[in-house]
Each structure stands twice: as structure tokens, then as C-alpha cells.
Ligand binder design. Structure first.
Ligand code: ZN
Length: 275
């Protein structure tokens, strides 16, 4: 790993029969934002969720998957924020990739621009843009003996996001609806985001795989709601930009990855586009 990066954290988050849920989390330090990507290992194959952001982590995630000794059947991209799909071009160009139609068309139309906009990353950015080839639709599907439930969540952390539930295992891949132990990427849709999380609190799932940070339980989902409520109140009282950031840092000193403020503040309070 280059100097400003550190080793990822990998773990088996759940084991049930011949199914294992693996998670791979990039660095929590410096400007990194603890990107969390996951693997559903079943009897014969692997299903991956998201592709990492920076090239060294994408390659290390691929190495981890290959080390399990089973073929990668497919990879699901949760949404169009670059920290979830940049790694496709680094390490997953040979894999069948699924995403929501809105995510596919965004990467198709704006993928190259998005990579150029991140020129400061140098060789941490992907050399190529890989566009998902397959569309995932809301509904149920059984893959290698495991039941999957796909849902589309609109207007929360992003306009369109895919969630993946494994109801028989009690596991929900919530990705960026949950920031586990890290500061959230806030948008103007906090009210709806809170309602989505409230539904999770009464759902049958027990283990929530986030897009950032370590695997979460319902307490962490509730803490995300509380964070969003505090942010809504602070902005309602007129705090913006640096004052807003100082308030949130002071209120949540235990949360990691403050680098995320500088990414979203211009969008939340300035004229930059919402997402
Ligand atoms: Zn993200």
C-alpha cells in the first residue's frame, strides 16, 4: 500500500451453513472513507457487492476474493457514487456486473468525466471505466441456493440505490444508507432517508452491511437516524459549511473519516449538484 493508505480490514461477518459473508473495509485514516465491499460465498461461487474506490484497495479486494478459490459469479454495484464503482475498471473488468438502470446509464454517460474530475488521485484512479452490463430489477431471485431480495431506494443518500437482502440469513446489504462508525455523507433528502432507516429498524434483518465502516446492528442504524436528526436540526437553525462541520465534529467526536465533510458540504449548502 502507498504511504497515505493503510491495510484494509477483512473479516467473515457471518457464517450460516455453507454460506459465509465476508467484508473488506479500506482505510479509516487520512482522507480515506472506510469503503466497505462484501462477498457472499456460497457452496459453488461468489457474489460481490461494490468494487472499492482507490486502485490498491480494488486490487486487494479482488485478491481476497480470488483467495477464496471459487469463481466470481457476479458483482452488484449499489449506486453511482465513484467510491463504489471506480474499482470496476481496476480489478473487475472480467466480471459480470449488475446495477440499477439509472446507475448503468450514469456510468455510461458520465463515467469518463468522473474519472477525469478525480485527476488528483493520479494512479489511485482507474485506468479504464467499466460499465455494468446487466440490469438488476427489484424482486426476488435464488442464486446458488440462497434467496436474494433486491430493492430500489430513491432519494436518500443518492437518487437511486440498490439494497440486497438475504432474508433467510437475516442479512441486509444496505450500503450507503448506513455509515457505520463514520460521519455520514449528508444530502438534502435527510427526511426521507430517516424514514427508510426507520423501516429497517422494524424489519427482520439483524446484520446490516454498510457502504462505509464495519458490519452494523440495529443500534448503529438507530444511531444513523439520530445523526440525521441532529444534522437536520442544525441546518434548520441556520448552521452552514464550517459552522455546521464544527457542530457535527463536536457532537460526534467518536465517528471516523471526517474527510467526507469536504466532499458533501459544497453540495449540501452550495450550488453544486445534490449528489
Ligand atoms: Zn459511499
Amino acid at each position: 500500500m502507498p504511504a497515505q493508505l493503510s491495510d484494509p480490514i477483512t473479516m467473515v461477518a457471518k457464517r450460516a451453513g455453507d454460506v459465509q459473508i465476508h467484508t473488506f473495509v479500506s482505510s479509516f485514516t487520512s482522507d480515506n472513507i472506510a469503503n466497505a465491499t462484501h462477498i457472499i460465498e456460497t457452496r459453488n461461487q461468489l457474489v460481490l457487492v461494490d468494487a472499492q474506490f482507490l486502485a490498491p484497495y480494488a486490487r486487494a479486494f479482488r485478491d481476497y476474493a480470488d483467495g477464496l478459490g471459487k469463481p466470481i459469479d457476479r458483482l452488484y454495484v449499489s449506486h453511482r457514487h465513484p467510491d463504489h464503482w471506480f474499482g470496476l475498471g481496476t480489478a473487475f473488468s472480467d466480471v459480470t456486473i449488475y446495477a440499477l438502470p439509472e446507475t448503468v446509464s450514469f456510468i455510461q454517460e458520465h463515467g469518463e468525466d468522473s474519472v477525469s474530475d478525480h485527476w488528483k488521485l493520479g494512479d489511485l484512479a482507474p485506468g479504464d471505466v467499466v460499465v455494468p452490463q446487466k440490469i438488476v430489477s427489484p424482486g426476488e431471485e435464488t442464486i446458488d441456493g440462497v434467496r436474494y431480495v433486491f430493492e430500489q431506494v430513491e432519494e436518500a443518500e443518492i437518487d437511486f440505490q440498490l439494497t440486497i437482502g438475504l432474508p433467510d440469513l437475516g442479512v441486509c446489504f444496505a450500503q450507503d444508507l448506513i455509515y457505520s462508525g463514520t460521519h455520514l455523507y449528508l444530502t438534502k433528502q435527510m427526511g426521507h432517508w430517516i424514514r427508510v432507516l426507520q423501516e429497517m429498524l422494524v424489519a427482520d434483518y439483524e446484520l446490516f452491511m454498510p457502504g462505509h465502516g464495519l458490519p452494523a446492528d440495529k443500534n448503529e442504524v438507530a444511531r444513523n437516524i439520530e445523526y440525521l436528526l441532529a444534522a437536520q436540526q442544525a441546518s434548520g437553525e441556520g448552521l452552514t459549511n464550517d459552522a455546521f462541520k464544527a457542530f457535527m465534529l463536536q457532537r460526534y467526536p467518536e465517528r471516523k473519516c471526517p474527510g467526507i465533510f469536504d466532499i458533501y458540504l459544497p453540495r449540501l449548502f452550495g450550488g453544486a449538484s445534490d449528489y
